[in-house]
Write a protein that binds this ligand. Structure first.
Ligand code: LLP
Length: 413
């Protein structure tokens, strides 16, 4: 068995008990399961095995170097969303030819960097961006491969904050404007339209919109090929959701079954950009109870040493994460709001949970926080970024040390 599960009273990661790791390293602490990352990467790879595909892991989900390296050794390529993520990808050992670069607001410096490296493709967002890339490429005498990120105006039926495929969202080139942009791009010497790209949102659990978006992409590719554009690949983005509360969600196999019949008729190689699907269940945030405050209504506030600075998903998206004790304590169950230590009422990790006899010092895990957890952490209230541990082959090792106040203040003049 891999990942986070209970062995008797203890929560373990790949068989290694978590409480001693938390005691040794302190909390808040992120812990990752190498075996889960590998299994989930392979599940996607195998689901698409019958069709030419390349997985470009979306670094934005979690780009801690050791994890990026692990994905590379599993055979993954990379999807970077900033110059910083391109740099991390290179440091993790990815070749420029294994990196695609997406992003709604790429700066001149970032574009210069990507063009200079000769990455696999820049996923472009607008006609203006194509002009800027063309000018940079022309001044260097190179030709850059681009993929047009299309906004298909399809509702991904997910949380509004992470829905990106509607016309009203800032992302991509409006479907109806694509043909004109292609016509204007054709004569440019610095860019070559090599692909089409979509990414309609994240935490998608209804495959219908993903199929519809792929169908739109295939139709457009056929039309553009007919008019003489040499499309080489279709990038279908990421977005496949995971189950945070145990309710059934589509598997990697379901995902492939939803996409492959549609893309197969194009004959074009596909790029996949999964992030959450690989990383979310592979990580947990360990935290300790710092106070228990009884309320008049019989409920208690269980105050943790982790909050919105370590995991902002509950506050930003009203996201549900299971919160479980590292060692089950016998005793009376109480209704609790599990909250963080920050000076914000929104700093609530879990509302109306049932907790067994919570006491100061108890250790808990906020589960399924491997994706969009650590990467979205902040220093609000002068809090320090947590350390990170990777459990691999039965051993736990620190892959990122805890930030110190000196690290933080080193930036200040
Ligand atoms: N490709 C592109 C172009 C993206 O924008 C994203 C995610 C992905 C791939 C990976 O999507 P995934 O497979 O992870 O769904 N912070 C939010 C999620 C933001 C997703 C942003 N884009 C959250 O915590 O739910």
């Amino acid at each position: 068995m891999t990942g986070f599960y209970r062995r008797d009273a203890s929560l373990v990661c790949d068989g290694v008990p978590l409480a001693p790791i938390a005691e040794a390293q302190g909390t808040p602490l992120y812990v990752y399961s190498a075996a889960t990352i590998a299994a989930r990467y392979r599940a996607i790879d195998e689901a698409f095995a019958t069709y030419p595909h390349t997985i470009h892991y979306a670094l934005k989900a979690n780009s801690t170097l050791a994890l990026a390296r692990l994905l590379r050794t599993l055979g993954s390529n990379a999807d970077a969303n900033s110059g910083g993520e391109i740099d991390v990808a290179l440091r993790a050992g990815f070749l420029p030819s294994q990196i695609v670069f997406t992003g709604v607001g790429k700066t001149r410096d970032e574009l210069e960097y990507a063009v200079g490296l000769g990455i696999k493709a820049i996923n472009v967002e607008s006609g203006g961006e194509i002009e800027r890339i063309d000018a940079i490429a022309a001044s260097r005498g190179v030709r850059v491969k681009i993929a047009l990120r299309i906004n298909p105006d399809i509702d991904a039926r997910t949380h509004a904050h992470i829905s990106t495929g509607r016309k009203s969202n800032k992302f991509g080139i409006a479907f109806d404007r694509t043909r004109e942009i292609v016509r204007r791009t054709a004569p440019r010497r610095g860019v070559q339209i090599a692909g089409l790209h979509i990414h309609i949102g994240s935490q998608i659990t209804d495959l219908g919109p993903l199929t519809a978006a792929a169908r739109a992409l295939v139709g457009l590719a056929r039309e553009l090929q007919h008019e003489g554009t040499a499309i080489e690949h279709l990038d279908v983005g990421g977005g496949l959701g995971v189950s945070y509360d145990g309710s059934p969600v589509p598997s990697a196999g379901d995902y492939a079954a939803a996409l492959l019949p549609v893309v197969r008729e194009s004959g074009l190689a596909i790029i996949l950009e999964p992030g959450r699907q690989i990383m979310a269940p592979a990580g947990a945030l360990l935290t300790q109870v710092v106070d228990v405050k009884p309320q008049d209504d019989g409920k208690v506030f269980v105050v943790m040493d982790a909050g919105m600075t370590e995991i902002i998903r509950p506050m930003l998206y009203n996201a549900f994460h299971r919160i479980e004790p590292l060692v089950v304590r016998e005793g009376e169950s109480v209704a609790a709001d599990i909250v963080g230590p920050l000076c914000e009422t929104s700093d609530t990790l879990g509302r109306d949970r049932t907790v067994s006899a919570p006491q100061v010092g108890d250790l808990y895990a906020v589960l399924d926080t491997g994706a969009y957890g650590s990467v979205m952490a902040s220093n609000y209230n002068r809090r320090l970024l947590p350390a990170e541990v990777l459990v691999e082959d039965g051993a736990a090792r620190v892959i990122r040390r805890r930030q110190t106040l000196d690290d933080l203040l080193a930036l200040e003049l």
